[in-house]
Write a protein that binds this ligand. Structure first.
Ligand SMILES: O=C(O)CCC(=O)C(=O)O
Length: 384
């Protein structure tokens, strides 16, 4: 009798273990660090890992100021991709509206969870950025390079080019949503790292490194927060992490990482920005210098609009004819095509600024009194 009981317990434990092994284990750790801990953590400073930064955004004026009405005051005419029923299906296309109009819809009672996503223009970003007062040194944002590399011959910054760069690349992205809203599982197609500050409300994130690509097939195919393991059993084997960012926390994740979100509170206001030139070399991408990959991602966009063969002489200087569509003429507010000036003049110049991480790291190490260059610890990138 006793033996039978032992055998049954062993069997049920084995069944439970094998069932557990066939679902995602969320083994990727996403640590919480303060700015001081980040500064002294050589592993995180490689830019190769996701983490949550605490105690930084809590000091920003945005924390007190940002409400739906404040946005109406500051950015009434910014364009919104308005999703009346969240963004879990790639088939559901947004309505493009100015914020002042989208807000009216958003504040009406509804049975569905809505999402407003704003690809901020330069003007929109500048209306909000004084509410974002400080970043840690490891966050080397466009503030440090864009005005000096996108500069006209007379020395003035090229605001039209910067605005185009922002809109085309969805550089500063404001996300306002309701509980239950989120975005399908995907990765972005630009080799830039992301930060998102959770100004209002909590948001749950699934994050999986680009190294895990082989498990995911196409964007939107797996509902990673609650996967269907009969349809996608391989998702159980991917190394992924799940974390809930609290109000005032900033999430960082490296370029090309897969992600999916779910908003836990209404309203949620999140501010995302991209960063280039802040990751050490990565063997998991075609161009291991991540900013070089970013450069090639942009060149790819440029080639789709201004292929080399279409060079022609316009008004005394060489221009290339644009062959890609400009959907923003038909759909005002949609992302415009990348501009010829960004392609032709600026990305090569900006590349030089992005390519300075080693010098920046050396300066940081010297100011922290480190005599030896910090040795990055091994990571899953080394296993490739
Ligand atoms: O905040 C979200 O819900 C998703 C953001 C996102 O997918 C992105 O910035 O690429």
């Amino acid at each position: 009798m006793n033996r039978l009981l032992v055998a049954l317990v062993a069997l049920s434990t084995a069944v439970a273990l094998s069932a557990a092994a066939n679902v995602q284990q969320w083994e990727l750790e996403i640590p919480r660090v303060t700015a001081a801990e980040l500064a002294s953590n050589a592993t995180l400073r490689t830019g190769h890992h996701a983490y949550i930064l605490t105690g930084v955004a809590s000091e920003w004026p945005a924390m007190k100021r940002w409400t739906l009405d404040y946005m109406h005051e500051k950015i009434p005419t910014e364009w919104v991709d308005y999703y009346p029923e969240n963004m879990y299906s790639m088939e559901k296309k947004p309505y493009v509206q100015r914020y002042e109009e989208a807000l009216q819809h958003f504040t009406q009672p509804s049975d569905t969870s809505r999402y407003m996503q704003l690809r901020l223009s330069l003007e929109g970003w500048e209306a909000l950025k004084s509410d974002i007062t400080a970043f840690p040194e490891a966050f080397w944002t466009e503030e440090h390079w864009i005005d000096s590399c996108m500069r006209k011959p007379d020395g003035e910054r090229d605001a039209a080019a910067i605005d185009n760069f922002f809109r085309v690349n969805q550089w500063n992205f404001l996300l306002i949503g309701e509980k239950g809203t989120g975005i399908f599982f995907h990765r972005d197609h630009l080799a830039a790292a992301s930060w998102q500050a959770h100004i209002k409300g909590r948001k749950t994130w699934v994050l999986c490194p680009f190294t895990q690509n082989k498990y995911f097939e196409t964007a939107g195919n797996i509902f990673a927060l609650d996967a269907d393991y009969e349809k996608s059993p391989q998702f159980a084997d991917a190394l992924c992490g799940k974390v809930t960012a609290q109000e005032s926390e900033i999430l960082y994740y490296p370029a090309y990482w897969w992600h999916m979100t779910e908003i836990l509170d209404t309203p949620s206001i999140g501010m995302t920005g991209l960063m280039v030139g802040i990751e050490d070399e990565r063997p998991d991408i075609e161009w291991p210098r991540v900013h070089e990959q970013f450069y090639h991602d942009l060149v790819h966009k440029c080639e789709q609009c201004y292929p080399r063969k279409t060079r022609s002489r316009v008004a005394g200087s060489f221009k290339r004819k644009r062959i890609c569509d400009d959907i923003s003429t038909q759909w005002p507010g949609a992302a415009p095509p990348i501009s010829f000036d960004v392609c032709n003049k600026y990305i090569t110049r900006c590349y030089k600024a992005w390519d300075t991480k080693k010098e920046r790291d050396a300066k940081l190490a010297a100011s922290a009194g480190e005599t030896q260059p910090a040795e990055p610890q091994s990571s899953y990138y080394d296993e490739l």
